[in-house]
Design a protein around this ligand. Structure first.
Ligand SMILES: [Zn+2]
Length: 86
């Protein structure tokens, strides 16, 4: 799913620019591949409740996460997987 820049900014600032899962600092401009493959602070949008589990694309269900977190949880819901909770 493609997000507008405004939506991305809102998601990013929802957790003050930190990964919603591990609290690592993210770089707003390095969303996805925008800063290049090896850019620092790369992040992606994760669903708190996965779409496969009935989660929506509503803002309340979207979280900024670093790549290791977003990809590490696989099919598990972020709500359950993230050790700090969302
Ligand atoms: Zn993380």
């Amino acid at each position: 799913m493609a997000y507008t820049d405004e939506t991305l900014r809102n998601i990013y600032y929802k957790t003050s620019g930190y990964c919603a899962c591990c609290r690592k600092k993210l770089a707003l401009t390095n969303y996805g591949y925008r800063g290049g493959r090896f850019a620092k602070g790369r992040w992606e949008v994760a669903h708190g409740t996965a779409r496969a589990s009935g989660g929506s694309d509503d803002f309340a269900n979207l979280w900024a996460m670093c790549l290791p977190c977003n990809r590490g949880m696989g099919a598990v819901d972020a709500n359950r997987w993230c050790r700090f909770g969302l």
